[in-house]
Design a binder for this molecule. Structure first.
Ligand SMILES: Cc1cc2nc3c(=O)[nH]c(=O)nc-3n(C[C@H](O)[C@H](O)[C@H](O)COP(=O)(O)OP(=O)(O)OC[C@H]3O[C@@H](n4cnc5c(N)ncnc54)[C@H](O)[C@@H]3O)c2cc1C
Length: 605
C-alpha cells in the first residue's frame, strides 16, 4: 500500500470494502456498470491528481492569498491549472446521473474520492465542491431549461458555482435576510442587496460564476417562509447560450481569513447599478422552483453539504495525523525513562508513551470520523437506491438525525487532532516550515460555516431528536443496540466494548427524555452543545465497535495487514478507555438540568 501522507489507502479500502461492503451496491441497477475495479480506479485517480496537482501548491496558495487589482481578482496560476485537471477527471459529477454526464458512483465512494482533495488542498478543492453543491441543488429543484443552461457548463468545469445565503446582519439567522428580488414583466427578477462571506464569489478561474442567491420577493411572508431562491450569473447569456453582458453583481472586497486562503471569500453587492444589464440597474435573476420555497430547497441540500464539511474536517485531521506520525518516527529526542544512559543515542519520539498517546488520540478521532462520514455516504446510497421503500425511509431518517453529528463531531475533534499534530512536532509544528499549522488554520473554519457548532446542537436536540415523534432517535438507538448485540455474540475484544457502549446508549435515551420533559424550552436547550458533544462521542464509539467487528472478521494475518488490524483494535481501545468515559460527566450534568448558563446575567461579565 502507498505511504501517502494525505490519507491511508488501506484504511479507505478497509472501510469501504471490508466494513461497508460497497461492492454489493453494484447489484443495484443504478450502480450496475460499476465494480470494485472501477471504484479502485477512481480512488487511485483521485489520490494521484490530489497529490500531483493539489498538494503541490497548498502552501503557495496559503502564502500568496488572492488579491484584487483594478477590480479583478488575482490568484496564483497553479490553482487554475489544478482545477483544469480536476475538470478532466469528471469527478465533479461523480454521483450524478449519466443523463447529465455523471458517473453514477455511490456516495460512499465519492466521499472517499473527495477526501483526497480536501486533505491535499482544501482551498483549491473548495471551488469544485461548491460547484457540485450548486449543481446538485439545481438538478433537484431547477427546470429542465435551467439544468441545461447552468448545470451542464458547471459539470464540464466551464462555469463555477456559489451559495449566497449569508448577509452582514444575517448569518445563523437566515430569517433576517433583506436582499430583495422584484418580479419583471418578462418573468425574470431584479435583485438588490448585499451578501457576505460568499466563497468563490469572484475570480477568473472559470468563464462564468453561477450564484445561487436567497432573496425576498416583496409582499411575501416575513421570516424564513418568505425566502426564495434565484440563479444570478456573473455574466448573462445570450439566446444561444453565449456569454453576454455583465450582470449587476459587484465585488466589494475580499475577506482576509485565518485559513482556507486559496478560496476567495467575498462581499458582493447585487443591483447597485455599477453594471446596467439591458440598460438599467438591478441584478438579473431567475427564480428556481416556486416562490417562497428557497430555504426548504437549500435545506434539501443541507445534509450533503454538512456531511461535506465533516468530510473536509476529517481529511484535514487525517493528513495532520499522518504527517505527525511520520515526524514522530524520525525525530530523535531524549531517552526511555528506564534507560537514561547519556552516551546511548537518542530515541525517536514515538518511543515515548506520551507521544504515542497523542498519536493514538489523533488516530481514534480521524479514523472514527472517517468511518462516520463514509457510513453517512452509504446511508445516502440507501436513501437513493434501496429496493424497499421502508429501507429508503429508514436511511433518510437516520441520516437526518446523524447529519448534525457528522458535521460537528469531525469539525471539533479532527481540529483537536490538528492541535495534537502541532504538539507532536514541538516547536517545529509552530512554524510555517511544516504543514500542520496550516491544516489547523484551515480546519478552524469547519465549526463556523454551514451552521455553527451551536446551531447544529440546537438542530439535534431541538428538532432532530423529536422529529416524527422521536422516530429518528429511536432508530439510531436501535441501530447502535444491534451492533452491541453482535459484539456480545462475537465475544473476545468486541464483547469487552459492548457493555460500556450499551450503557452509554441507554443514557442517551434517558437524558433526552429528561431534557424534553422540562416543559421549559429554554431549559431544554440551555446545554444543547454539551448534548451534541456527548451524543457525538457515543456515535463515534459505535463507529469504533463496528470497525472492531469488521477487524475480527478478517482474523489475525501476519505482516503489514496484521499490524494494520492490531492498530485498529488499539485505537478502538483508546477511544473506549480515554474518550467514551468523558460522556458520563456530560450526561450527569445534562441530567441535573443545570441552569448555570441560563442564570448567568449579562452584566456579570
Ligand atoms: C470562510 C467562510 C466562508 C463562508 N462561506 C459562505 C458561503 O459560501 N455562503 C454563505 O452564504 N455563507 C458563507 N459563510 C458564512 C457562514 O455560514 C456564517 O459565518 C455562519 O453561518 C455564522 O454566521 P455569522 O458569521 O453571522 O455569525 P453569527 O450568526 O453572528 O454567530 C456568532 C456566534 O453566535 C452563536 N449564535 C448565533 N445565533 C445563535 C442562537 N440562536 N443560539 C445560540 N447561539 C447562537 C453562533 O453559534 C456563533 O458562535 C462563510 C463564512 C466563513 C467564515
Amino acid at each position: 500500500m502507498s505511504s501517502s501522507t494525505l490519507l491511508s489507502r488501506r484504511d479507505l479500502a478497509f472501510l469501504l470494502y471490508d466494513w461497508l461492503d460497497v461492492t454489493r451496491l453494484t447489484d443495484r441497477p443504478r450502480y450496475a456498470e460499476h465494480s470494485r475495479d472501477t471504484f479502485d480506479a477512481v480512488l487511485d485517480l483521485s489520490a494521484q491528481v490530489a497529490a500531483e496537482h493539489f498538494a503541490t501548491h497548498n502552501k503557495a496558495a496559503d502564502a500568496t492569498e488572492p488579491t484584487v487589482d483594478g477590480g479583478r481578482v488575482r490568484i496564483i496560476p497553479q490553482v487554475k491549472a489544478a482545477l483544469d485537471v480536476f475538470a478532466q477527471t469528471g469527478l465533479l459529477s461523480a454521483t450524478m446521473d449519466e443523463a447529465v454526464g455523471g458517473m453514477q458512483l455511490p456516495h460512499a465512494v465519492a466521499e472517499a474520492c473527495f477526501a483526497w482533495f480536501h486533505a491535499a488542498n482544501v482551498g483549491t478543492a473548495a471551488y469544485p465542491l461548491l460547484t457540485r453543491g450548486n449543481a446538485n441543488l439545481l438538478l433537484t429543484h431547477g427546470s429542465a431549461e435551467q439544468i441545461d443552461t447552468w448545470v451542464r457548463p458547471m459539470v464540464e468545469g466551464r462555469f463555477f458555482g456559489t451559495m449566497c445565503l449569508s448577509e452582514p446582519q444575517a448569518g445563523s439567522s437566515l430569517a433576517d435576510i433583506t436582499t430583495r428580488a422584484t418580479p419583471q414583466d418578462d418573468g425574470t427578477y431584479r435583485l438588490a442587496g448585499t451578501k457576505m462571506w460568499i466563497s468563490g464569489g469572484d475570480h477568473e478561474l472559470a468563464q462564468n460564476i453561477v450564484h445561487l442567491v436567497l432573496a425576498r420577493i416583496p409582499g411575501g411572508p416575513p421570516g424564513v417562509k418568505g425566502i426564495s431562491l434565484f440563479i444570478v450569473p456573473k455574466v448573462l447569456l445570450d439566446e444561444d447560450g453565449r456569454l453576454g453582458p455583465r450582470n449587476d453583481v459587484v465585488l466589494i472586497g475580499l475577506n482576509h481569513k485565518l485559513g482556507y486562503r486559496g478560496t476567495t471569500n467575498t462581499l458582493l453587492n447585487f443591483g447597485e447599478g455599477v453594471h446596467r444589464p439591458y440598460g438599467r440597474a438591478g441584478a438579473v435573476g431567475y427564480l428556481v422552483g416556486e416562490p417562497h420555497q428557497g430555504l426548504a430547497q437549500m435545506f434539501h441540500m443541507m445534509n450533503e453539504a454538512r456531511i461535506g464539511v465533516g468530510a473536509g474536517a476529517t481529511a484535514l485531521g487525517y493528513t495532520g495525523y499522518l504527517k505527525s506520525l511520520g515526524y514522530a518516527r524520525q525525530r530523535p529526542q531524549g531517552r526511555p525513562v528506564a534507560d537514561k544512559d547519556p552516551t546511548a543515542p537518542q530515541v525517536p519520539i514515538i518511543a515515548h508513551p506520551d507521544v504515542r498517546r497523542m498519536l493514538l488520540a489523533q488516530k481514534s478521532y480521524v479514523e472514527g470520523a472517517l468511518a462516520l462520514i463514509l457510513y453517512c455516504g452509504r446511508l445516502l446510497d440507501e436513501e437513493k437506491t434501496a429496493p424497499a421503500e421502508a429501507d429508503r425511509t429508514r436511511a433518510r431518517l437516520l441520516l437526518d438525525l446523524l447529519t448534525p453529528v457528522a458535521k460537528s463531531w469531525p469539525s471539533q475533534w479532527c481540529l483537536a487532532a490538528n492541535d495534537l499534530a502541532i504538539q507532536v512536532h514541538g516547536g517545529y509544528g509552530y512554524t510555517r516550515d511544516y504543514d500542520v499549522e496550516q491544516h489547523w488554520r484551515d480546519n478552524r473554519l469547519n465549526p463556523i460555516h454551514e451552521g455553527t457548532h451551536g446551531i447544529q446542537a440546537l438542530d439535534l436536540l431541538g428538532r432532530k431528536v423529536t422529529m416524527r415523534g422521536g422516530a429518528g432517535l429511536e432508530l439510531l438507538l436501535e441501530t447502535i443496540r444491534a451492533t452491541v448485540t453482535r459484539a456480545w455474540k462475537a465475544e473476545g475484544f468486541a464483547a469487552e466494548l459492548a457493555a460500556p457502549l450499551g450503557t452509554a446508549v441507554d443514557r442517551i435515551a434517558l437524558v433526552t427524555r429528561r431534557l424534553h420533559g422540562t416543559g421549559d424550552p429554554e431549559l431544554t436547550l440551555a446545554n444543547a452543545s454539551l448534548y451534541l458533544e456527548a451524543v457525538g462521542h457515543v456515535v463515534i464509539a459505535w463507529m469504533w465497535l463496528e470497525q472492531v467487528l469488521a477487524v475480527e472478521a478478517l482474523g489475525s494475518p501476519e505482516g503489514a495487514e496484521g499490524e494494520f488490524l492490531a492498530g485498529k483494535r488499539q485505537a478502538a481501545r483508546y477511544f473506549f478507555r480515554y474518550e467514551l468515559p468523558k460522556t458520563v460527566v456530560q450526561f450527569d450534568l445534562l441530567d441535573s438540568l443545570d441552569r448555570t448558563t441560563l442564570d448567568t446575567r449579562e452584566d456579570w461579565f
